[in-house]
Design a protein around this ligand. Sequence first.
Ligand code: HEC
Ligand code: HEC
Ligand code: HEC
Ligand code: HEC
Ligand code: HEC
Ligand code: HEC
Ligand code: HEC
Ligand code: HEC
Ligand code: HEC
Ligand code: HEC
Length: 302
Amino acid sequence: MRSINRAVLVFALLGVAARAQVTPPPAAPAVPASPYVGSEVCGTCHEDIAKAFGKTPHHIADGTDKKRGFDGRACESCHGPGAKHAASADAADIRNPGKLGAAAIDRICLTCHVNQPTQIGRLQSSHAKDQVACTTCHTIHATGSEVLVVRKTDAINKQCEGCHLTVAAQFQQPFHHKLPEGAMNCVDCHNPHGSMRQAMTQSFGANEPGCLNCHGDKRGPFTFEHGPVRFGGCSTCHVAHGSANPRMLDRPQVQQLCLECHSNLPAVNSTRTIGVVPPAFHNCTVCHQKIHGSYVDRNLLK
Ligand code: HEC
Ligand code: HEC
Ligand code: HEC
Ligand code: HEC
Ligand code: HEC
Ligand code: HEC
Ligand code: HEC
Ligand code: HEC
Ligand code: HEC
Ligand code: HEC
């Protein structure tokens, strides 16, 4: 009798252990099953929040914007069905995204925002991988000086520099884009939501770098391309945040830059190979003026 009981107990424990091994870790605290109750009911107790919410873009999910399926229940689009909480007024009965992990928050936001073009590089984004959630940059129930989305140049730079101190310092180099002067912002070159390009850099026309949005003369297509411009990108030779070198080049002298790829051995039966250039004592770009590509000259001279 006793030994049978023990066997049952052992099996039960084994069962628990086995289950513990296969159960995936819970993604988010379970929200107790509860029907929807509607935003109006939430507003009876959370008056200030409801009033402020009426002035944010999200309120259209409550009426005008019927296609997302939260007509009259916008609060519950992020907080989950809330009838139980509305009855109990207990914090444990409602989902507070502020208490969830980054991935769980993002999932809530992306139920509606997933197909927006600016979110296309989401999976490659370092922000998603490093737990920087949507709500790190977007304050849903903004009060006072907070906003749902920063749009002004200074505000954007301040938000980004808050975490990226090293980058802010790079813009203090003698040759830099006029970002600290307020003429441009991080989002001119980066998509904070991620991108298909490296370092979350902006892209236009599907795969052109954001640089070309302002430096259109470097776009081409050129009849005679310079390999690294086309295939390596602008950062092969330029440091976009700022550099101690003129033209934000990554070497103090133009020659040094060119000679990292071209050797200055005398030309032997000019084979049009990368290793053979005539000896030169002038700055290479005095002659090779069309260094980003030429419409007429194979040697990028004009
Ligand atoms: C009957 C009044 C009442 C209604 C109706 C009500 N709430 Fe609350 N809610 C409260 C109270 C009280 C608290 C604070 C509970 C606490 O701090 O323990 C609270 C807390 C919350 C919290 C914070 C929970 C947390 O973990 O900090 C959220 C989010 C919330 N409510 C959302 C909603 C939403 C969404 C609705 C509508 C679906 C709603 N409430 C309807 C009274 C209400
Ligand atoms: C777009 C998503 C979203 C919608 C819609 C939304 N909330 Fe929230 N709510 C949040 C997030 C995120 C938080 C966590 C705090 C934060 O990050 O601002 C929060 C926090 C709260 C809190 C906790 C208060 C606090 O300061 O922590 C209450 C209460 C609340 N919401 C009520 C509401 C009510 C009422 C509505 C509808 C009028 C609503 N929410 C609509 C996302 C949303
Ligand atoms: C129920 C669907 C829904 C959910 C869930 C939702 N949003 Fe929105 N969001 C909208 C709608 C609708 C708008 C306004 C129209 C538009 O921009 O498409 C909007 C607008 C925004 C804007 C842009 C405001 C502007 O001025 O252009 C931001 C930022 C935003 N949401 C962030 C979030 C974040 C962060 C979350 C998650 C906490 C979230 N949203 C969850 C539907 C939703
Ligand atoms: C690192 C900060 C940051 C994070 C994280 C972030 N955003 Fe944004 N978001 C911004 C900035 C800055 C803008 C303004 C961009 C502009 O003006 O071009 C913006 C703009 C938006 C807009 C307005 C429409 C648009 O695309 O310009 C929406 C909607 C939005 N974000 C939703 C989200 C959602 C959903 C998430 C999470 C999946 C998220 N954001 C994560 C910084 C961020
Ligand atoms: C809450 C802190 C935080 C804020 C705010 C923030 N970032 Fe980030 N960012 C990070 C972290 C963490 C990483 C990943 C580690 C790294 O590469 O430094 C990162 C990475 C990046 C990267 C590198 C991408 C790569 O793949 O190499 C870029 C670009 C970037 N952020 C741009 C921005 C821009 C633009 C803003 C403002 C709209 C911004 N960040 C705001 C924390 C933040
Ligand atoms: C003129 C365009 C431009 C501007 C403006 C710009 N960036 Fe960048 N950033 C780049 C490019 C291009 C790279 C990729 C460099 C490379 O290939 O290594 C980069 C790389 C990064 C990286 C990842 C590598 C690193 O250096 O750590 C981060 C983080 C970053 N930028 C953040 C920012 C922030 C924050 C701002 C605003 C203060 C900003 N950037 C403004 C063009 C720009
Ligand atoms: C929002 C527009 C804008 C974007 C995007 C932009 N630039 Fe610029 N860039 C400028 C302006 C304006 C100047 C000249 C004014 C100045 O001195 O800052 C400039 C200057 C430069 C210079 C130095 C020219 C000189 O005469 O010293 C280089 C090199 C450069 N940009 C490269 C880049 C690269 C590489 C990118 C992409 C990573 C890029 N830019 C993205 C606007 C932009
Ligand atoms: C092979 C190296 C290399 C690459 C790649 C490169 N550049 Fe340059 N760039 C240079 C050099 C060298 C100069 C300086 C020319 C001189 O001596 O005046 C320069 C100058 C510039 C200038 C200022 C003078 C002018 O022509 O307007 C801008 C702006 C510029 N580059 C933008 C870009 C952009 C945008 C890209 C990417 C599409 C890019 N560069 C790619 C080498 C390069
Ligand atoms: C990152 C490597 C790299 C750098 C830096 C670089 N080049 Fe090039 N360059 C190439 C490659 C690759 C080709 C194509 C070679 C080929 O087609 O055989 C090329 C082609 C050329 C050509 C055309 C010759 C031909 O055979 O088509 C000239 C001229 C030239 N480069 C000059 C320069 C000058 C001047 C600089 C400095 C401002 C420079 N390059 C910097 C890699 C580089
Ligand atoms: C005084 C003007 C001048 C200077 C300075 C100059 N080049 Fe040239 N380069 C030329 C001419 C002209 C040609 C075409 C020669 C030919 O067709 O045989 C040429 C051809 C080239 C080629 C193509 C070689 C080949 O095999 O066809 C490369 C690569 C090159 N130059 C790189 C450089 C580099 C790197 C520098 C700087 C270290 C430089 N050039 C400085 C005038 C110059």
